[in-house]
Design a protein around this ligand. Structure first.
Ligand SMILES: Cc1cc2nc3c(=O)[nH]c(=O)nc-3n(C[C@H](O)[C@H](O)[C@H](O)COP(=O)(O)OP(=O)(O)OC[C@H]3O[C@@H](n4cnc5c(N)ncnc54)[C@H](O)[C@@H]3O)c2cc1C
Length: 406
């Protein structure tokens, strides 16, 4: 049964929990030459660093869950606390004042897969996984993209064939973030090859440890390996692990994609964690803080970062009010990646050759990790071109592209 907690009592409870378990955040100041100079967008970790992050993330989630702060708005029947979005916002604002362990490994599972399970899975699957996902006992990945199906996702070819109470999966997925440490995955498969492509798809929850699942890491140009190819050979999935009706997988995929755009565009704001103070410090150090062109570019980044985060907030407010976000999500994502491009341009201007040749100088070549990660952000969760198509068609009212599926 849902409980009723006044916001005042909830605030006191949250503060007490956070003060007992984590330290208050100290404001980050950029002192040239001090500490780590790494700046990255994608996960560039060694296996050991990745493992340590995962363990710390799981430990913190379990504490959060047991104290009633991990799934504040979730239905109590599945382990949530049944409180309101206002309670969730309140907790997020209080938590932001504390230095809590990164929850990166849960981004896809909790941001995209768990909401899809809640919306489309059978009661058995909801009971089996939702609590464990939100408590950080298991991790989930998104198995959508294939070598021939990215932007045109509905063209995917991984097959699922029914065999009694089970389905047998064969095919290949690619770019699967976090598959290397995931326990379950949300997979979209072709179940009717004769139906029009959007109408022959079905979603499933697949056990990533099942026989026939093979995860092969892909190395990024920045050095890390946070994506994978995932091969499925005669992998058996029980029918009760189906998401939604047979051949209705496109609706299931859209639920996930909507949440994906919300978490990419909505989370990062316009600069995606690249603080203006860090860029200012760099310009000062390089003696470019009086350069009118560089100053103008920095001002543009700062302004666009603000505008972009307001756009994200507008879209997030719609979601929080229980409405479906419209093209705002695409605009938010596009404005994030446009600003990342501006950051990349400013860095190239002020650093010049120092961006590509490592002289050992602190805080210079280190930016290459961020710059090389930006193209990935322009592709992940719908490419810039696809976002522009959406804005063109749904905001500007331009005619649909001929013969295209999205
Ligand atoms: C950081 C990152 C994380 C990812 N994580 C996951 C994950 O966890 N799970 C998962 O399933 N996938 C994941 N992906 C894959 C991602 O969803 C796809 O890369 C993306 O959908 C684009 O598909 P594609 O790579 O096949 O490119 P394509 O669709 O082949 O596109 C190639 C180029 O053609 C352009 N193009 C394509 N169609 C059109 C059109 N109609 N109009 C104009 N231009 C067009 C594109 O913009 C792009 O420039 C990830 C990708 C990245 C970069």
């Amino acid at each position: 049964m849902s409980e009723t907690v006044s916001e005042e009592a909830f605030r006191a409870e949250a503060l007490e929990f956070l003060q007992a378990n984590v330290k208050p955040k100290v404001e980050e100041t950029t002192n040239w030459g001090e500490g780590s100079d790494r700046v990255s967008l994608l996960s560039e970790k060694t296996k050991e660093e990745e493992q340590a992050e995962l363990e710390a993330a799981k430990e913190w989630r379990q504490k959060l869950f047991d104290a009633g702060f991990a799934w504040i708005t979730g239905p109590t029947a599945y382990g949530g606390r049944g409180l309101t979005p206002a309670h969730e916002r309140l907790f997020a604002s209080i938590e932001a004042e504390f230095d809590t362990p990164s929850q990166g490994p849960f981004g896809i599972g909790l941001g995209m897969v768990a909401p899809t399970i809640l919306a489309h899975a059978t009661d058995e699957v909801k009971q089996a996984y939702l609590r464990r996902l939100w408590r950080g006992e298991i991790v989930a990945c998104q198995l959508f993209s294939e070598p021939v199906a990215g932007s045109d996702l509905a063209g995917l070819q991984t097959r699922a064939l029914r065999d009694g109470d089970e389905w047998v999966l064969n095919g290949q997925k690619v770019w699967t973030s976090g598959a290397q440490y995931s326990d379950i995955g949300e997979i979209i498969c072709r179940t009717d090859p004769d139906a029009p492509k959007h109408k022959g798809l079905t979603g499933f929850v697949v056990n990533m440890h099942a026989p026939g699942v093979e995860v092969r890491p892909l190395r990024q140009m920045t050095g890390g390996a946070s994506f994978n190819e995932v091969f499925f050979t005669d992998v058996r999935v029980p029918d009760d692990h189906r998401l939604g009706d047979v051949n209705q997988g496109w609706t299931v995929a859209l639920t996930t994609l909507m949440n994906e755009r919300a978490s990419i565009g909505g989370g990062g704001g316009g600069g995606s964690g690249v603080g203006a103070s860090r860029l200012i410090e760099l310009m000062r150090h390089l003696g470019r803080d009086s350069d009118p062109i560089a100053r103008q570019r920095l001002a543009e980044i700062f302004i666009n970062s603000r505008v972009s985060s307001y756009t994200s907030m507008r879209a997030m407010a719609k979601i929080k009010a229980g409405q479906l976000p419209g093209p705002e999500m695409s605009i938010a994502k596009l404005s994030l990646t446009n600003n990342l491009q501006r950051i990349s341009g400013l860095l190239s201007l002020v650093l010049g050759p120092k961006l590509v040749a490592d002289s050992g100088e602190w805080g210079t070549y280190a930016w290459s990790e961020l710059v090389l990660g930006i193209p990935g952000m322009r592709v992940a969760g719908g490419t810039d071109e696809i976002m522009r198509n959406i804005v063109g068609e749904r905001v500007l009212g331009l005619p649909k592209e001929p013969g295209l599926s999205k």
